[in-house]
Design a protein around this ligand. Structure first.
Ligand code: XBP
Length: 230
């Protein structure tokens, strides 16, 4: 039986990637770098999960010397900038998320996050969208820097399952990208994918359900039997 819902954050709970992109670009500008990521460039770079890893991918592509310290330092500035941008407001939960979470709580399902971004960023998003800290919405938060390998590796989903003390068949994952689908699938968890602005058109092989949004009107009959009815 289903015991938990495990959510990806960026692109799944909310369309955050353009705010991440802006935070990166603002950071590059304030630190005197000429790097600037437009939407097409960023779509490519998103194939590399994790902000530090993404900057490294850019540096490697352009043969720019870039140390782990450079990445850590820039990323700390980017994280502060992202928090400020989120705090300005305007981020909204994707359709169906708010109600699904209310219904899941009502029927006693556990709620978890399995994300590549940092716990601080999850907290900021929850404050902005729910007016509550992340640990009041989610029972478990598993983040990218806590595991050796980021998505598409299964590590972050396995960490979430361990902390939930559940097996893979007791959970469903919610994702928006091919990397995320692969990660959940590799952990043996059934996965619902709702493609986002940046991930539309990716190869979602391994997904159990592909839906435009999580609004109940989009649920297939087999999914509706699993999820709490809205
Ligand atoms: C999102 C990411 C993150 C964000 C940036 O992946 O890959 O890197 O783009 O966040 P997912 P950080 O949706 O699978 O969590 O800069 O904090 O890494």
């Amino acid at each position: 039986t289903l015991r938990a819902l495990i959510f990806d954050v960026d692109g799944t709970l909310a369309e955050t990637e353009d705010l991440h992109r802006q935070a990166f670009n603002d950071t590059f500008a304030s630190e005197g770098l000429t790097w600037n990521w437009n939407r097409d460039t960023y779509r490519d770079l998103l194939k590399t999960t994790g902000g530090k890893e993404r900057m490294r991918a850019h540096a490697d592509k352009h043969n720019i010397a870039f140390t782990a310290e450079d990445a850590a330092q820039l990323h700390a500035i980017k994280t502060r900038r992202y928090a400020d941008l989120v705090d300005r407001g305007g981020l909204i939960l994707r359709p169906g998320i708010a109600m699904l979470i209310i219904k899941a709580q009502a029927v006693g399902l556990k709620l978890a996050v399995a994300t590549t971004t940092s716990p601080q960023n999850v907290d900021r998003l929850c404050q902005s969208c729910w007016g509550q800290p992340a640990n009041q919405i989610f029972d478990v938060i598993a983040a990218g820097d806590e595991v050796p390998r980021k998505k598409p590796a299964p590590d972050v989903y396995q960490l979430a399952l361990n902390r939930l003390d559940l097996s893979a068949d007791q959970a469903i994952a919610f994702e928006d990208t091919a990397n995320g689908v692969q990660s959940a699938h590799a952990a043996g968890i059934r996965v619902v994918v709702t493609p986002s602005i940046y991930s539309t058109g990716e190869d979602f092989t391994g997904a159990d359900w592909i839906l435009p949004t999580l609004l109940p009107a989009n649920w297939t009959a087999d999914l509706a039997r699993l999820l709490p009815a809205a």
